[in-house]
Design a protein around this ligand. Structure first.
Ligand code: NAD
Length: 355
């Protein structure tokens, strides 16, 4: 029997709770699709720091590179907020992404029909939304040098090279070719030099994809348009910090940040993770929504392992659970027939996997 090696990084806060549910669903789908998984648990984040003194132990990088894919929960929490910058969980995550070379973060925002009432926007605005944020993940202001601070000043630098922009732009255009063939590139070219280079370079790459319609939008306008008329977007191509912010905004089109999955991919191993953080405010209570992580596991099957049928089965099971009215606490006010815990939601979805 075919067996895939999956690196599990549960992380901090709600990370272990939600990853356990994704594993439950993966095992259910594997049993029906004739393959298996070998899991290896790896440490990262605050938990890793507590045990090893390093938020990203070297074994985690080598374990991940030695796997077929990484399923990731979330890292971070107040307990570690006052550590020196390089010891903080978030630094471990940034280093991890860089080491794996996962330059493209794909964040689909799809509004489930069953949850149109859960959005903070009117149902007619959000019904049918299906967009993909393609965010550059290992460049831009989160990585640029120089950076630093003294008592009275803090500074970061937003840098993109032409090669980095070319690489992510190709990724976005290829994805658009498999969707509705529209790319909206988002920048701040009216103010930032780095964005001028971004815009010029995206224009050049676009020439190789004549079937795809390219538009440009300033990030401030994009933030507004996403709320005004989200259905105008197909693929939103953007840099690291703008994509981080816009995809959190897009999550509220869908009803809860606990629903949105993501895939971080490059030339090596991909990392599949919910877009949300470790939610320390609800950790350990069994109320986190595991759907974002379960949907990330589905993306892992599709993009990393080519198991499209298994991914379809997970997506259908998630939809069925929502259709039957099962809701975790974050969505309890929205057409819930039954409010369930994190682990109950995982079991319901696992049981709904079609034979
Ligand atoms: P967060 O995404 O953890 O939480 C924001 C809000 O959304 C909270 O009210 C939380 O309860 C809620 N929420 C998040 N996920 C949920 C889920 N699955 N179900 C129900 N509700 C959910 O963001 P934050 O509070 O700004 O950050 C908390 C910690 O997470 C920080 O240490 C931050 O650095 C870290 N963080 C990590 C990642 C990551 O690991 N990829 C991403 C973002 C933030």
């Amino acid at each position: 029997m075919k067996s895939y090696k999956i690196a599990l990084i549960k992380g901090d806060g709600i990370g272990p709770e939600i990853v356990d549910e994704a594993v439950k669903v993966l095992d259910a789908v594997a049993a029906h699709c004739g393959f298996g998984f070998q899991y290896e648990e790896l440490l990262m984040g605050g938990t890793a720091y507590d045990i090893t003194g390093d938020p990203l132990p070297q074994e985690t990088v080598s374990g991940a590179l030695n796997s077929d894919a990484v399923l990731f929960g979330a890292i971070g929490g107040e307990k570690w907020d006052n550590l020196p910058r390089e010891k903080r969980p978030e630094s471990g995550l940034l280093r991890f992404r860089k080491e794996l070379g996962v330059y493209a973060n794909l964040r689909p925002a799809v509004v489930y029909d069953e949850l149109v009432n859960a959005s903070s926007l009117k149902p007619e605005i959000v019904s049918g939304v299906d967009l993909m944020v393609v965010r550059e993940l290992i460049g831009g202001i989160y990585f640029g040098e120089p950076k630093g601070r003294d008592e009275n000043k803090g500074w970061n630098t937003m840098v993109y090279t032409r090669d980095e922009i070319v690489r992510i732009a190709h990724h976005a255009f290829k994805i658009a070719m498999s969707r509705n063939k529209r790319v909206c590139s988002i920048d701040k070219a009216n103010v930032l030099d780095v964005s001028q280079l971004w815009r010029e370079t995206v224009e050049e790459v676009a020439k190789e994809y004549p079937e795809v319609e390219l538009t440009h939008m300033y990030v401030d306008n994009a933030a507004m348009q996403l709320i005004r008329d989200p259905k105008q977007f197909d693929v939103m191509l953007t840099g690291n910090i703008f994509g981080d912010i816009l995809s959190d905004e897009a999550s509220m089109l869908c009803g809860s940040i606990g629903l949105l999955p993501s895939a971080s991919v490059g030339d090596k191993i991909g990392v599949y993770e919910p877009i949300h953080g470790s939610a320390p405010d609800i950790a350990g209570q069994g109320i986190a929504n595991p759907i974002a992580t379960i949907a990330s596991a589905s993306m892992m099957l599709r993009f990393a392992l080519g198991e499209n049928e298994a991914a379809d089965k997970i997506d259908a099971a998630i939809k069925r659970a929502l259709k039957e009215g099962y809701r975790t606490q974050d969505l309890a006010q929205f057409d819930a027939k039954e409010v369930c815990s994190t682990s109950e939601m995982g079991s319901i979805i696992a049981n709904y996997i079609e034979k």
